[in-house]
Design a protein around this ligand. Structure first.
Ligand SMILES: *Cc1c(COP(=O)(O)O)cnc(C)c1O
Length: 398
């Protein structure tokens, strides 16, 4: 998409060039890091993977880290390691990307959607408690937009009932929950390195955990269910011998990707600071608007600001979300919607999930618009977005 379209009133758009909602920031150091691996002995299962895992573990304060080919594969691994299987129920948020629930289906278990808190947009611990049955095996809270979910309340429930807590922290690398880093708290925490996330490996994901048993299962799951560790083998025929002990997958990240991740991770504080600065500029510009609701910010946690979402007060506007969204696109602002609630997706509808089961998520979906937020944008870009939003809201003002 590029310029040339007419904005509202048929006038010139606020921007002549399209601004995406998110994109990677790659520098010369990143490129050199990848080239070094290409010239080395190992393209996969080499030292760059171990280094990347060790550095993410150290950054998040977790004991162990296991890299995967994607965040989705990492969630699949976590569901396997947690022992989730047929007949089990796993509770998650409907306000997330499909992968948070698909990983439950991969293991033959049943996703159960508990509604969000309309203020934080995160899984509401009270709604979560209502959904627990004798079949509940695990919970997958999502730190939506980078704002940590109410982990204390959820972990208390989980400990009492022996449930596994798998955090979907695809949005929350670098976020803090009450002074603890996300990644060091729940039983297992998933991060994603897709290009729109905080740091990228092209595609990639990872699980952090403090539990040795989960760590070992995750590593084995990532590589066909195979072990070469003599201590864990039933027999040992010789130095070539390995055992495949369960059905795993090939979910191994390459060293080429890990090298990019190592280099990107060096810049994480800078990336997060830029995101925080831009989010603060949006907050300042929209704080007093009666037409939009700005994102909730907890006083005891620290968001790492993956997404900046505004929710429209439609009763104060004469346009629909769709009209306002399209008007912003015509201003060359790359807006988006995160997310269509998972239970409303056709595949989930066919599984029998009904519209109406999560009214807060469904109502929010009808009002939300994601504004551009990424480390590669400039303050001028942020000002352009603010101008475009104000222009469009004025136009559709009642
Ligand atoms: C990106 C994302 C995932 C999946 O990660 P991939 O690396 O793209 O597989 C899962 N959950 C959420 C909330 C995400 O944003």
């Amino acid at each position: 998409m590029s310029g040339g379209k007419l904005a509202i009133h048929g006038g010139t758009p606020v921007r002549s060039r399209y601004l995406p909602y998110g994109r990677q920031l790659i520098d010369e150091e990143d490129i050199q890091s990848v080239i070094q691996v290409l010239q080395s002995d190992f393209l996969t299962t080499g030292p760059a993977i171990e280094q990347f895992e060790a550095e993410i573990a150290s950054y998040t304060g977790a004991k162990y880290a296991v890299a995967f080919t994607s965040g989705t594969a990492a969630l699949h691994g976590a569901c396997y390691a947690a022992g989730i299987g047929a007949g089990d129920e796993v509770i998650t948020s409907p306000m997330t990307f499909a992968a948070s629930a698909n990983c439950i289906l991969y293991q033959g278990a049943t996703p159960v959607f508990a509604d969000i808190d309309p203020r934080t947009y995160n899984l509401d611990p009270k709604r979560l408690a209502e959904k627990i049955t004798s079949k509940t095996k695990a919970i997958i809270p999502v730190h939506f937009t980078g704002q940590p979910a109410e982990l204390d309340e959820m972990i208390t429930i989980a400990r009492e009932l022996n449930l596994v807590v798998i955090e979907d922290a695809a949005h929350a690398l670098g976020a803090k929950y009450k002074h603890s880093s996300i990644g060091s708290i729940g039983d297992m925490t998933m991060f994603s390195f897709h290009p729109v996330k905080h740091i990228t490996t092209g595609e990639g994901g990872l699980i952090t955990t403090n539990n040795r048993l989960y760590y070992e299962k995750l590593r084995q799951f990532r590589s066909h269910g195979i072990t070469r560790d003599p201590e864990h083998m039933l027999e040992n025929h010789g130095p070539w011998y390995y055992e495949m002990q369960f059905l795993g997958y090939n979910y191994r990240l390459t060293d080429i990707q890990a090298a990019l991740g190592i280099s990107q991770l060096k810049k994480i504080e800078h990336f997060i600071n830029l995101r925080k600065k831009y989010a603060a500029m949006y907050n300042e510009a929209f704080r007093h608007s009666d037409k939009i609701q700005i994102p909730y910010q907890s006083t005891e946690s620290e968001s790492s600001w993956h997404l900046y979402i505004i929710a429209l007060h439609l009763e104060k506007l004469k346009g629909s979300r769709k009209e306002i969204f399209e008007a912003l696109l015509k201003e060359n602002i790359g807006v988006n919607v995160h997310y269509i609630p998972v239970h409303l997706l056709p595949y989930y509808q066919d599984l029998g999930y009904k519209r109406g089961i999560c009214p807060n998520a469904e109502q929010l979906y009808n009002r939300m618009i994601t504004l551009p937020l990424f480390q590669g944008m400039s303050e001028q870009d942020v000002q352009d977005v603010i101008r475009a939003v104000n222009k469009v809201l004025d136009h559709y003002s009642k």
